[in-house]
Design a protein around this ligand. Structure first.
Ligand SMILES: NC(=O)c1ccc[n+]([C@@H]2O[C@H](COP(=O)([O-])OP(=O)(O)OC[C@H]3O[C@@H](n4cnc5c(N)ncnc54)[C@H](OP(=O)(O)O)[C@@H]3O)[C@@H](O)[C@H]2O)c1
Length: 240
């Protein structure tokens, strides 16, 4: 990748909470209480410093995430900088099965963007056009193209919050600059659950180790912060 092309996508932070055996959801997709209060607050601070938060459509459907800042102080700080109170929300879909009443769309006075595969653009625009900007992402939708398009729309800092499919694509596509892995102190032990990533050719392997930039204890949760690209900025987490 050339220096010029590196600059054409947002600085990208992947964020994930997982069990000690790497699960991000329980058996058959059951939600897991992975984070604790201190870790939720850390995630809130990271969100506050981003222009957009991206999750996959399966997460929109199963978790019904709000993806809004919890802290009123952080919302007010953003408003004082002429930013919306919470970052833009972004999702990606191939099949288009997204409901306009989903919490993702129904909450927050902030822009919502849906990248969808070309064959379903028309149908998705009709269903979601009043609650989101629907963008033809091609067929198939590539996360590189999505990243570059978000950058063109003014997103300089992107937070990617999963799930497995999305994290796998950002990592294998070398589209992440840093990774925040919060490890909760328990096991799931059931392979019907979802793990952090699926199969793929990851740029980090025994012959090319990622850089561990920080380890932090947040109560019973361990935060591991990895630098994944030469663009890694390494600001203290309180300031990102
Ligand atoms: N612990 C955590 O930090 C955390 C965070 C987030 C989610 N989760 C968990 O992760 C699980 C969901 O993970 P997941 O891997 O099943 O789903 P996901 O990554 O959230 O979303 C996958 C969906 O996104 C769409 N998509 C992904 N890549 C695409 C592409 N290139 N082109 C078009 N559409 C694309 C597809 O939507 P369509 O099906 O609509 O085509 C696909 O089914 C849930 O159990 C959730 O609870 C955990």
């Amino acid at each position: 990748m050339t220096a010029a092309s590196v600059a054409e996508r947002p600085y990208t932070v992947l964020s994930c909470a997982m069990s000690m055996d790497g699960y991000i959801a329980g058996a058959a997709g059951k939600p897991l209480p992975l984070s604790n209060a201190a870790d939720f607050d850390r995630v809130d601070a990271v969100r506050a410093a981003c222009d957009a938060i991206l999750v996959g459509a399966a997460t929109v459907r199963s978790d019904q995430p709000r993806l809004m800042l919890r802290s009123s102080a952080r919302r007010n700080e953003r408003l004082a900088r002429d930013l919306p109170p919470s970052p833009m929300k972004v999702t990606v879909t191939g099949g288009g099965w997204l409901d306009a009443l989903a919490t993702f769309f129904a909450t927050g006075d902030t822009a919502k963007v849906v990248y969808c595969a070309s064959p379903v653009v028309h149908e998705v625009s009709e269903r979601l056009g009043s609650v989101a900007t629907v963008i033809d992402g091609g067929q198939p939708v590539s996360m590189q193209w999505v990243s570059e398009d978000l950058y063109r729309r003014g997103v300089e800092r992107l937070m990617v919050e999963g799930g497995q499919s999305i994290h796998t694509q950002f990592l294998t596509g070398e589209l992440a600059d840093e990774l925040h892995l919060a490890v909760a102190p328990f096991f799931v032990g059931d392979s019907t659950g979802r793990r952090f990533v699926g199969d793929g050719r990851f740029p980090w392997h025994p012959g090319r180790r990622a850089t561990l930039a920080e380890v932090r204890q947040l109560g019973d949760v361990a935060l591991l912060r990895y630098a994944l690209s030469p663009r890694f900025r390494g600001e203290p987490l309180e300031e990102v």
